[in-house]
Design a protein around this ligand. Structure first.
Ligand code: FE2
Length: 307
């Protein structure tokens, strides 16, 4: 059977957003224009040369029912959390945190030469894993493989596989792809994405032609929609994504994941299946029983949550 190319379903402009204690972000997923791209709940891009835009950071706050993925391009973030992790992530590093049943953490920017840049992506957890044990995968820049193709393309593989090279982030329910792709002028990049998985590209430098043109009767493989930074491209279903560059270079994140196809109830840093579960999260915070514990009471709770 012929492989089907993915088309561009939508192009979403970032919405300026103030988050945490006053951090200026560009948000694309998690906005009125694109509320949810199952299993992706939120995509924030931070990029500034002015510490006033980010120095307030993200003081101590909770998460439940999701995974948060931080990918740094510039600057450093000091973090620590309720399961005992503490450290600093810097340029090229990735922190893939499974909040599961409950984690508290702090993410505080430390500028380097004034510059701070990176991304945070939120990935939903299925109902059966929302109350799972929190887990934390930190991957240093040097542990993220880089694939260099003959045409000068460069792909950092955080999760998923490119040319047989597998990214270090593993055992994530959504079976995600997470790539940082740099294309020089005149390049073509084709990447397989499992049929049925939702996929997007977030263009943060330059411009490129994304997907193929899927007008009625169109059967060619040339073209693609011209998209310039900063914009998010949402793809239709299919087997593969094609990106081409003309005279300009481009750099973008390419991500995909298996949709959960479950109801969601969201309230700030909690994403659950029902409103009652959101209320329970708020009650747990108030009674200081929010943080996941390895004890009998929590074992009972997890049974209840699974219905
Ligand atoms: Fe957080």
């Amino acid at each position: 059977m012929a492989r089907e190319a993915r088309c561009v379903r939508d192009v979403v402009e970032p919405r300026p957003t103030l988050e945490g204690a006053g951090v200026r972000l560009r948000r694309t997923i998690g906005t009125h224009a694109l509320d949810y791209l199952d299993p992706f709940l939120l995509l924030d891009h931070f990029a500034s040369d002015d510490p006033r835009d980010y120095i307030a950071g993200f003081p101590w706050h909770p998460h439940r029912g999701i995974e948060t993925v931080t990918y740094m391009l510039a600057g450093e973030v000091d973090h620590h959390d309720s399961i005992g992790n503490r450290g600093t992530i810097g340029p090229g590093d990735v922190q893939w945190m499974t909040a599961g049943g409950g984690i508290l953490h702090e993410e505080m920017p430390r500028p380097r030469d004034g510059r701070m840049a990176g991304f945070q992506l939120w990935v939903n957890l299925p109902a059966a894993l929302k109350m799972t044990r929190p887990r934390y995968q930190e991957v240093r820049a040097e542990s993220i493989p880089v694939v260099r193709r003959d045409d000068g393309s460069l792909v950092r593989v955080v999760a998923g596989e490119v040319d047989g090279v597998v990214g270090p982030v593993s055992e994530i329910y959504a079976e995600p792809t997470y790539l940082d792709v740099t294309l020089p002028p005149g390049a073509t990049f084709v990447h397989s994405i499992a049929r049925g998985h939702n996929g997007f590209a977030y263009v943060f430098e330059g411009e490129g032609r994304f997907g193929v043109v899927c007008e009625e009767g169109y059967r060619g493989d040339a073209g693609g929609e011209l998209v310039a930074a900063p914009d998010l491209v949402v793809f239709t279903d299919g087997d593969e994504v094609t990106v081409r560059t003309d005279a300009a270079a481009t750099r973008f994140l390419l991500a995909s994941g298996r949709p959960l196809d479950e109801p969601i109830a969201r309230y700030g840093p909690f994403v659950m299946t029902t409103k009652d579960e959101i209320q329970a999260a708020l009650d747990d915070l108030r009674t200081e029983s929010f943080v996941w514990r390895d004890d009998a009471e929590w074992a009972r709770r997890r049974q209840t949550w699974r219905g």
